[in-house]
Ligand binder design. Structure first.
Ligand code: 3PG
Length: 378
């Protein structure tokens, strides 16, 4: 995979940049600009080398949302250029041809275009024809086999952006970890998390599981979980729950029967009743994690560990005090970190959600493989 500093001869030429600008937006207001800001060093680098840039990015899954608020954000940051709202290829080409003197063209939500999600060859050929080189700085979408992720690198000299390289370097530390290594996993969906859980029960010294994943595992260990969110028919859990490295909540916050959220109880895991719904980990569980957090050299956290955020917040506060290298998987956990304004308290917070989980499970992603196989110099 080629680094950005190998990309030469781009003065007055156009470089295509895949960015992940899939950020939370409410009423046209960007709630968390983390992912956009993470790509600014790559944009600045390309501009400093005299390039014009065409940025390809998505927002939401179905292409319906507009990137207009992101164009506004870039404008406020004093970047020069245009936002092309049209999805007509000829209009986009005209706008691309107009670029000069370090201007940026932000193309409307790339998922609006037929051929992006299906990675259609002719769409990738069209995109590639707009520039002389391709840079992928969108680690967070590099688990998708889309045209703007894996199609273009087959057609143009391609390079990893600065954030992409940082993600690979920092998350790569987890693949060859320092010990003691504590892995903390939350959220739901065994389908995506089971491979990860199996892998890290081998690699890590201890694995704590919270969130809906923990409910399923507690049930498998024979505990009552009442009406809590859990998954049936997951194969291979019988053996897994016997693993002594696997740590589960020992007390939990429950909604009892029809009580309102105001009447939450914290109960020991053996005291959960049929009418209960587990919605968070209890304080005793977190207290028991403290010695592990304090002795660890590496901690990886991909949450959240409850349906409500209190436990996740308390855990993040404990992790922020740890002397270990603390690496946080993005996605839902990132929103909590943003709210707590704690991003700089950790060794690394990944911009990826699903992409981070896939990278941790497989050690690579389709978008990274595509960069490795890409053409040579621009
Ligand atoms: C994300 O939000 O994780 C990335 O932008 C990828 O989005 P996607 O899950 O819609 O492909």
């Amino acid at each position: 995979m080629k680094s950005l500093n190998k990309l030469a001869g781009i003065k007055n030429k156009t470089v295509i940049l895949r960015a992940d600008f899939n950020v939370p937006i409410i009423d046209d207001k960007i709630i968390d600009s983390f992912r956009i800001d993470a790509t600014l060093p790559t944009i600045d680098y390309l501009l400093k080398k005299g390039a014009n840039i065409i940025i390809l990015a998505h927002l939401g899954d179905d292409g319906k949302k507009s990137l207009a608020p992101i164009a506004g954000y870039l404008n406020k940051k004093k970047y020069k250029g245009y936002f092309e709202k049209s999805d007509n290829p000829e209009i986009i080409r005209d706008s691309a041809n107009r670029l000069c003197n370090g201007e940026i063209l932000l193309v409307e939500n790339i998922r609006r275009f037929a051929g992006e999600k299906e990675n259609k060859k002719d769409f990738a050929v069209f995109l590639a024809s707009l520039g002389i080189a391709f840079v992928n700085d969108a680690f967070a979408v590099s688990h998708r086999n889309h045209a703007s992720v894996i199609g273009i690198p087959k057609l143009l000299p391609s390079y990893a952006g600065i954030q992409m390289e940082k993600e690979i370097k920092m998350l790569g530390k987890i693949l060859k970890p320092k010990h003691p290594f504590l892995f903390i996993l939350g959220g739901a969906k065994f389908e995506t998390k089971l491979p990860l859980l199996k892998k890290y029960l081998n690699i890590a010294d201890a694995v704590f599981v919270g969130g809906a994943l923990a409910n399923t595992l507690l049930k498998e260990r024979g505990y009552e979980i009442g009406k809590s969110l859990n998954e049936d028919d997951i194969k291979g859990l019988k053996q897994l729950v016997k693993n002594p490295k696997l740590l589960l909540p020992m007390d939990v916050v429950v909604e009892r029967g029809k009580t309102s959220l105001k009447k939450l109880n914290t109960v020991g895991i053996e005291e959960v009743e049929k009418k209960d719904t587990i919605i968070d980990v209890g304080t005793e569980t977190l207290t028991r994690l403290i010695p592990l957090i304090n002795s660890a050299k590496l901690i990886v956290f991909n949450g959240p560990i409850g349906k409500i955020e209190d436990g996740t917040k308390d855990l993040l506060k404990l992790l922020a005090k740890s002397k270990a290298e603390v690496i946080i998987g993005g996605g839902d956990t990132d929103e909590v970190i943003n709210e707590l304004k704690m991003r700089d308290k950790f060794t690394f917070v990944s911009t990826g959600g699903g992409a981070t989980l896939e990278f941790l499970a497989h050690g690579t992603l389709p978008g990274i493989k595509a960069l490795k196989l890409a053409l040579g110099k621009a």
